[in-house]
Design a protein. Structure first.
Length: 367
């Protein structure tokens, strides 16, 4: 436990009623004979106490082997007083940090000698640090991606231009083999250029071209590519999309979202698998599901699969799911993954109207 600013009190004081009735803190009274009184609901929550009664021996509320029990015993035995002490608090497997104040006093009703303890829940520092580090890492990757992308794109444009000139000269000389080599190089340049475009997409928010998008029409445009990819891999495709379902979104970004999630699902399966794409309206939102029948994703990888450059595929770039998450976030939506050992489903929930999307984005930016 981490505790700071501790001192011993040499006198017993009367309690301040205002402290006992704090709204945003858990308040307990611990007597010298280790009888604890949970003075409010927040105190019960912090101690994981579900019974109706508010008074019990401390050993019934906390395990006598726990650090929390030992700490409270020391506080009451030594008349310790804390001011803004940061304490790691773990009860029933839930880890949080609390800001603790303690006051040596007599109980307001029973006149017992003991200690009032005020505890303010500060959440889980470890999770907060992980979240902060992830945000900083994404921001750093974004800046790096933007710089690298521009540095790569400029020479690529020059190389592509000279290859096109060379192709024209080879055509005049009827050098067919050399022309074939040039075209292979052009295709590889286009692949690199597409990668650069994806890096730029991750590096900063995009200008959104909002329009009414029919989910069924969008899927119909992509079906030739989807069906051909599925045929190559020996995968079955199933589409369950209502004809009338629409949302306001950037059509180009929606196409990228569909392509990345569908490709990710197909790459996760062997021949004989099945890709199912579903869509439905749900309380002012549109919910899209991309399900595969692959081996599934271990639960301990759920937090990593959206990380930039993280991939389990031999030839993967680790950008596909990160781009999907960025596109969904730019539309004010959420994306989640579920997998129970067999098959994986990515669920995308998007606001149906642009006004709702913009409001969600603004709330995220201000929080």
């Amino acid at each position: 436990m981490l505790v700071r600013e501790t001192r011993k009190s040499g006198a017993v004081r009367e309690p301040d009623a205002g402290q006992v009735n704090l709204i945003h803190a858990g308040v307990v009274f611990l007597s010298k004979d280790l009888l604890i009184r949970l003075e409010n609901r927040l105190a019960k929550d912090l101690f994981g106490w579900t019974e109706e009664r508010c008074m019990a021996p401390l050993c019934e509320v906390l395990s006598i082997d726990s650090e929390e029990y030992q700490l409270l015993c020391r506080i009451v035995a030594e008349d310790c007083e804390y001011r803004d002490a940061v304490v790691k608090w773990e009860v029933d497997g839930t880890v949080r940090h609390v800001l603790m104040d303690s006051f040596v006093a007599r109980h307001a009703e029973t006149d017992e000698t003991g200690v009032y303890i005020v505890m303010r829940d500060m959440g889980n520092f470890a999770l907060l640090n992980q979240h902060t580090e992830k945000i900083e890492r994404i921001a750093t990757i974004g800046r790096l991606a933007a710089g690298v992308a521009h540095e790569i794109r400029n020479p690529l444009t020059t190389i592509k231009g000279f290859l096109q000139l060379l192709e024209q000269r080879l055509e005049r000389a009827d050098m067919l083999d050399e022309i074939a080599y040039i075209r292979v190089m052009m295709q590889e340049i286009e692949r690199v250029n597409a990668l650069v475009t994806e890096l730029l997409l991750l590096s900063k928010p995009q200008d959104m071209a909002w329009t009414d998008v029919s989910v069924a029409e969008l899927l119909a445009e992509l079906r030739p590519w989807l069906d051909e990819e599925a045929r190559k891999r020996g995968v079955e495709t199933v589409y369950e999309v209502p004809a009338e379902l629409e949302l306001q979104a950037d059509r180009g970004m929606m196409e990228q979202l569909f392509v990345h999630l569908a490709r990710n699902a197909m790459e996760a399966m062997e021949a004989g698998g099945r890709l199912t794409i579903r869509a439905r309206a749900e309380d002012g939102r549109v919910e899209l599901q991309f399900s595969d029948t692959g081996p599934g994703i271990p639960y301990y990888l759920f937090d990593r699969i959206f990380d930039v450059f993280y991939t389990t595929k031999e030839k993967g770039t680790g950008l596909g799911l990160a781009i999907c998450q960025r596109i969904v976030a730019d539309h004010g939506g959420q994306i989640r993954v579920s997998s129970k050992g067999f098959g994986t489903t990515f669920t995308v929930s998007l606001p149906k109207m642009r006004s709702s999307s913009v409001r969600v984005i603004q709330q995220r930016q201000s929080s």
